[in-house]
Design a protein around this ligand. Structure first.
Ligand SMILES: *[C@@H]1O[C@H](CO)[C@@H](O)[C@H](O)[C@H]1NC(C)=O
Ligand SMILES: *[C@@H]1O[C@H](CO)[C@@H](O)[C@H](O)[C@H]1NC(C)=O
Length: 378
């Protein structure tokens, strides 16, 4: 019997080749996830024809075990008017997470950007702004109480030079707002892991890394709970942190917090000059360094990419002449970075991960003559 060609094609290409969450878990991580957004939102709109394929990849539990709403829980959507809450956008993703069996990371409670305009347009006294932040945190974290495995409580509180960003929150309340936000988040949703989240805090020598450590210590010294540091990791293919950089930075955070995570990973390529294999190889290396570093640092719980499909990426909209930052290209083919990460996860599959706080010891003595792999420390 002659099979129709479509059947042959389907048989030749297995539906699901290696999947990220499946192999990341085998390597000991808690999850590999992808952020996602409401259909029709911003950059997604012209790609309605791609939705079915996109949705099928997103839903595959072996591909992504976790998700984060890229936009829907931000202040401008959830509290567009003072004390008027709207959870429609955010609930699209939280319901999708439930439906597709994914861990939900919630994002973000106090952030200077994508704020509702009224927050910045009003001249607040400290007491008034405290009440505004408190209402927002109890309203939003309270709404999703028990559903969020992680909450980005304070996002991007640091300026490029590592000092506090001069946001409306800082200008009125100073660093006090950070303490209050974490206190109220802990009351509003006691089971969520509470994170400080920022970009540019992936390298050990960065002034922003020093700033993030300062924030962690500020909270710890005040006896306020902070559970994790989220490294957004919006990286550049042609100038990315090394694996040692990542390990060293995470190890420094992990001296103070229970967990760390890569929360918004993407690796942008310069698109002003033609794409070539070198650029794709740089990108692959960067994704691999993040993956391997996360496995090697016992407190690193997982990796979230900031969407997975290039046309839905924020990068080309915000950084002209940059893009192609995600593992899936516009035609749904996978970039070398995809197999590159799978290779790393396979290398560590079914090997025990180091336990937090335990001294570093290889599981088996290394054979003489072979360079000793430094698995557990920077
Ligand atoms: C809530 O948000 C949704 C989605 O953005 C919007 O369609 C709806 O009109 C909003 N509801 C109210 C009452 O403003
Ligand atoms: C690809 O482009 C980059 C950046 O322009 C360049 O440095 C590199 O040499 C190119 N590689 C190849 C194989 O042409």
């Amino acid at each position: 019997m002659k099979l129709p060609s479509c059947v042959l094609a389907a048989a030749a290409v297995p539906l699901a080749s290696a999947q990220l969450d499946f192999w990341a878990k085998k390597a000991g991580l808690e999850f590999f996830g992808a952020a996602t957004d409401t259909p029709g939102f911003r950059e997604r709109e012209p790609y309605a024809a791609s939705y079915p394929k996109y949705d099928a990849i997103f839903a595959d539990p072996k591909e992504f075990g976790q998700t984060t709403p890229t936009n829907g829980q931000k202040w401008m959507f959830v509290e567009p008017q003072p004390g008027v809450f709207n959870f429609t956008e955010g609930e699209f993703v939280s319901k999708l997470a439930k439906k597709t069996g994914k861990i939900l990371r919630c994002h973000a409670l106090v952030w200077h950007s994508q704020l509702a305009p009224w927050v910045e347009e009003t001249t607040w006294t400290p007491e008034e702004l405290k009440a505004v932040i408190k209402r927002h945190i109890f309203g939003v974290a309270g709404h999703w109480k028990g559903q969020c495995a992680h909450w980005d409580v304070v996002n991007e509180a640091l300026d490029e030079d590592g000092t506090y960003r001069k946001s409306v929150f800082y200008n009125v309340l100073g660093e006090e707002y950070i303490k209050l936000a974490f206190q109220w988040a802990a009351e509003a949703d006691p089971t969520a892991k509470l994170y400080y989240n920022d970009y540019g805090i992936e390298r050990p020598a960065s002034v922003k890394t020093a700033g993030a450590l300062r924030i962690v210590k500020l909270l710890k010294d005040a006896g306020i709970r902070i559970d994790g540091v989220g490294m957004q990791a919006h990286l550049h293919a042609d100038n990315h942190p090394t694996m040692e950089d990542h390990v060293k930075t995470m190890t420094a955070y992990a001296e103070h917090v229970e967990e760390v995570a890569f929360t918004e990973l993407d690796v942008r390529i310069k698109t002003g000059t033609p794409l070539n294999d070198t650029k794709l190889a740089w990108q692959k290396e960067s994704y691999q360094f993040v993956s391997e570093a996360c496995i090697r640092v016992p407190q690193c719980v997982g990796i979230t990419i900031w969407d997975f499909y290039d046309p839905f990426s924020w990068i080309p909209h915000v950084f002209p002449d940059n893009g192609l930052a995600l593992p899936w290209s516009e035609d749904f083919s996978k970039k070398p970075a995809y197999d590159g990460m799978i290779d790393i996860f396979k290398k560590y599959a079914d090997k025990p991960r180091p336990k937090p706080g335990k001294p570093t010891k290889p599981t088996k003595p290394e054979k003489p003559g072979k360079p000793r792999v430094k698995r557990f420390s920077a």
